[in-house]
Design a protein around this ligand. Structure first.
Ligand code: PMP
Length: 440
C-alpha cells in the first residue's frame, strides 16, 4: 500500500487491532528516535517500538552484523550440532547477566520471543522440581494484571482475565493479588513500606494449595503492558523470602525491564533481588530480529542436566533457538549497549525524565503519574465506555502531531529509546500536554 486509502485492496494481516482497520496508520521507516509514516511525517518514538528498540532505530552496526551473518551462515539446526555464534552470544550474555557474577544467573537458554521465553522458564521450573525429586510441584503462580505473552503458559499465569476467558487456563495455575492499589502514587508520595505485607499474599496461596504443589512464581518486576505498575518497597524481597522458605522457584519476567530500561542492566540489579530464572526478549536484539533468552541459575541449570534418571531433564529447543542471525544482531546490540553505556544511561536521565513526566500532573484527566527508570505510566480518568477510551483519543491526537505513545485501557505508557535527549523529553511533554488539554 502507498497510502491508507489503498489498504482497502489488501488482505489485512491479523494484528488483533480493530482500531487499526478503522484508522490505519502505516510506518514506513525509522531512524534514531523517530519513525517516518507512509505519508512522510516524522513521529517521535515514545515507546521504543514496543519496549524493545532500546538503542534507537536503524543501527548500522546491527544491519552490518545481520547482513554478514546472513551471507555466511543463514541458518543452522540446533539439534545434535551447534554453530559458533550461538556460543559466542551466550558467553557475552553471561558476562552481562542479571545481578552480575555473584547472582550466578549466567546459564542461557535461547528462544524466539518473549512468549517463548516465558513458556520455557515455566517448563524449566517444572523440570527442575522433578529433577530434584519434587515432582509433586506442578503448580505455577502468576499475578493479577501480570502480562507474560501469548503462549498457553504465559496466558494462564498472566493476570488479564479477558485474555484467559477464551482459553482453558492451564490446570494448576493461580494468581497473586496485584500490587496496584497499594503501589499507586508510590514514587510520587514517597515509597510506601507495605510491600512486604502485600507479598504475604503468597502465603495465602501456599496455605490454600500446599507448598509441596507449587513449582514457581512468575512476576514482572515492574508490570509494563498492563499500565506501568511499580511494586511497593520490599515487595520483591519478601516474595523471594517466601519462595525460599517453601522451596518455590522465583521467575522474573524481564522482557520489558531487561537491557537498561530501569537505568540498570536488569530489574534484578535495580531491586537487588535475585530470582532463579529471568526471561528476556525485546531489547536483547534491539527489536531488530525476533529473539529471546532465559537466564537460569547454575543450580537450576545443572540439575536439569542430570535428572534423576541420569537423563537431561528438559526438552527444549525451538527450530529458531539461537538463530545465527538473531545471535549476530544480539552481539552487535550488546556492543552498542556497552560502548554507549546504554544499560545504565537511564540512571543519568531518570531525574529529568521523571520530573518531566510528573509535570503532567494537574493537566486535565490525569489521575496518576507513575515513573521508574525510563518508563512512565500516566493514568487518565475513565469515561463511560460507550464513548470509547480517552487515552485512545489522546493516542490518535499525538500520532497526528508526530508522537507515538502506547495506550492500554486508560493508561498511557512511555518507554522511549535510551538514546533520548532533553529535547525529546520536552517534545513528549509538550505534545502530550496539548493533546490532554484538547481531549474531551
Ligand atoms: N512478557 C512481558 C513482560 C511482556 O511485556 C511481553 C510483551 N509485551 C511478553 C512477555 C511477550 O513477548 P513477545 O510479544 O515477544 O512474545
Amino acid at each position: 500500500p502507498t497510502n491508507s486509502a489503498s489498504l482497502e485492496n489488501y488482505w489485512m494481516p491479523f494484528t488483533a487491532n480493530r482500531q487499526f482497520k478503522a484508522a490505519p496508520r502505516l510506518l514506513a521507516s525509522a531512524e534514531g528516535m523517530n519513525y517516518t509514516s507512509i505519508d512522510g511525517r516524522t513521529v517521535l518514538d515514545g515507546t521504543a517500538g514496543l519496549w524493545c528498540v532500546n538503542a534507537g532505530h536503524g543501527r548500522k552496526r546491527i544491519t552490518a552484523a545481520v547482513e554478514k551473518q546472513l551471507s555466511t551462515l543463514d541458518f543452522a539446526p540446533s539439534f545434535q550440532m551447534g554453530h559458533p555464534i550461538a556460543f559466542d552470544f551466550a558467553e557475552k550474555l553471561s558476562q552481562v547477566s542479571p545481578g552480575g557474577p555473584e547472582a550466578g544467573l549466567d546459564r542461557v537458554f535461547f528462544t524466539g520471543s518473549g512468549s517463548e521465553s516465558v513458556d520455557t522458564a515455566l517448563k524449566i521450573a517444572l523440570a527442575y522440581q522433578r529433577a530434584i525429586g519434587q515432582g509433586t510441584r506442578t503448580r505455577l503462580i502468576g499475578r493479577e494484571r501480570g502480562y507474560h505473552g501469548v503462549g498457553f503458559g504465559g496466558i494462564s499465569v498472566g493476570g488479564i482475565v479477558s485474555n484467559r476467558r477464551v482459553f482453558p487456563q492451564l490446570p494448576g495455575t493461580d494468581h497473586l493479588r496485584h500490587t496496584h492499589d497499594l503501589a499507586r502514587n508510590a514514587y510520587a508520595k514517597g515509597e510506601p513500606e507495605h510491600g512486604a505485607e502485600l507479598a504475604d499474599d503468597l502465603e495465602r496461596l501456599v496455605a490454600l494449595h500446599g507448598a509441596e504443589t507449587i513449582a514457581a512464581v512468575i512476576v514482572e518486576p515492574v508490570a509494563g503492558s498492563t499500565g506501568v505498575l511499580i511494586p511497593p518497597k520490599g515487595y520483591l524481597q519478601r516474595l523471594r523470602a517466601i519462595c525460599d522458605r517453601h522451596g518455590i522457584l522465583l521467575i522474573f519476567d524481564e522482557v520489558i525491564t531487561g537491557f537498561g530500561r530501569l537505568g540498570t542492566p536488569f530489574a534484578v540489579d535495580y531491586f537487588g533481588v535475585v530470582p532463579d530464572l529471568v526471561t528476556t526478549a525485546k531489547g536483547l536484539t534491539n527489536g531488530a530480529i525476533p529473539m529471546g533468552a532465559v537466564f537460569a541459575s547454575r543450580t537450576v541449570h545443572d540439575a536439569l542436566m542430570h535428572g534423576p534418571d541420569g537423563q537431561i531433564e528438559l526438552f527444549h529447543g525451538y527450530t529458531y533457538s539461537g538463530h545465527p542471525v538473531g545471535c549476530a544482531a544480539g552481539i552487535a546490540t550488546l556492543e552498542i549497549y556497552r560502548e554507549e553505556g546504554l544499560l545504565t544511561r537511564g540512571a543519568e536521565l531518570a531525574g529529568a525524565w521523571q520530573d518531566a513526566m510528573h509535570s503532567l500532573r494537574g493537566l486535565p484527566h490525569v489521575i496518576d503519574v507513575r515513573t521508574i527508570g525510563i518508563i512512565a505510566g500516566i493514568e487518565l480518568a475513565s469515561r463511560p465506555d460507550a464513548i470509547g477510551k480517552r487515552a485512545y483519543d489522546v493516542f490518535v491526537d499525538c500520532f497526528e502531531k508526530g508522537l507515538l505513545i502506547r495506550v492500554t485501557g486508560d493508561i498511557i505508557a512511555f518507554s522511549p529509546p535510551l538514546i533520548l535527549e532533553q529535547k525529546d523529553i520536552e517534545r513528549i511533554v509538550a505534545v502530550l500536554g496539548e493533546a490532554l488539554k484538547r481531549v474531551a
